[in-house]
Write a protein that binds this ligand. Sequence first.
Ligand code: UDP
Length: 382
Amino acid sequence: MQTIIVGAGFWGAVIAERMASVLNEDVTVIDARPHAGGNCYSSVDAETGIECHRYGSHIFHTSSEEVWTYINRFSAFNNYQHKVFTMCQGRVYTMPINLSTIESFYGRHMTPAEAEAFLQSEIARDRIENPANLEEKAISLIGRPLYEAFIRGYTHKQWEHDPKLLPAHIITRLPFRTNYNANYFADPWQGIPLDGYFKIFERMLDHPRITLRLNTSFESIKDQLGEDTLVIYTGLPDKLFEYEYGELEWRSLRFEWEVQEVSDWQGTSVMNYADTDVPWTRIHEFKHYHPERKVPFSSKKTVICCEYSRTWQRGDEAYYPVNDEKNNALYARYLARAEAQPNLILGGRLGAYRYWDMDKAIADALKTFREKIAPRFGKSAL
Ligand code: UDP
């Protein structure tokens, strides 16, 4: 049986690597882009020597020991711990919302217990019993004033949907704290790959049984595939079926890149912008991800990148699924259609239509390999 993997992001690369090294099977990986790595791809800026995440900041973090052990086979990580700040009405606050954010916002010192009691009284004012959407969920966690300052505008810019129409789970990605812990993620393992994300993909796919074909779309080769070819597809599910049931909604992003002639432009890797009169959602400054790279870190130049969110249209890169009821139901129809085909497996953030971080995509790929792929070849995944 011939196997083709469509898409060389994390999910596809894990499957390819496992098939080659565990099953000893040949596999061809194609990607329409000129590079592997999907949206995790990074490359070094020629002018400054700074490693840039070309599709926005990617911080590797996980609570899965299996995923951490697996990814460390392809790269060591620095000890970067992600901290984010947010600009609101000309002032900078800690994000996620923590005790320092609460104190700065309300202009007074509180102990954790006082902040907890104070927030409970703020939350109680809206009397939300069963939060059913992002807005209600956020208010039920932090109260309306903090929601309106830090969440409503950013969320509206990011999703172009009224937060009342968005699923509550999106906001549960963010922790809210009544202590001074300013870490964006609560996972025990975190870091940036020491020699860049692109090196991870180079190492994962560097195997005599793996053929990587870049600049190759699925549409351009699908008519050449034999009937018994196993297609492992990580692209847009609706495109695969020529949008037969309609289009899935996605959010896309646009990035504006600049080199600034200063050694440190914003003092941190990511600054969010909460106000709606600022059109971008956040600004990335990539040198802060690699303080261990002494030369570009201390040089008098820095690369910044302004991120704008926009509605996806055909031909754009898809970044975020819009997992509301309507789109989830449409996706379920495409999934059922795919599952009815014996030689087709859908996966990855796009193929599964899931808002996954990198570790979740890797965990799902490892599971899919064990449960669905190794058994097809009559072999154990171990
Ligand atoms: N969010 C917000 N204000 C912020 C940061 C995040 O309102 O300053 C909300 C917003 O709805 C966003 C969600 O929290 O879509 C998840 O944020 P996260 O940083 O996890 O998004 P990602 O990095 O995946 O874009």
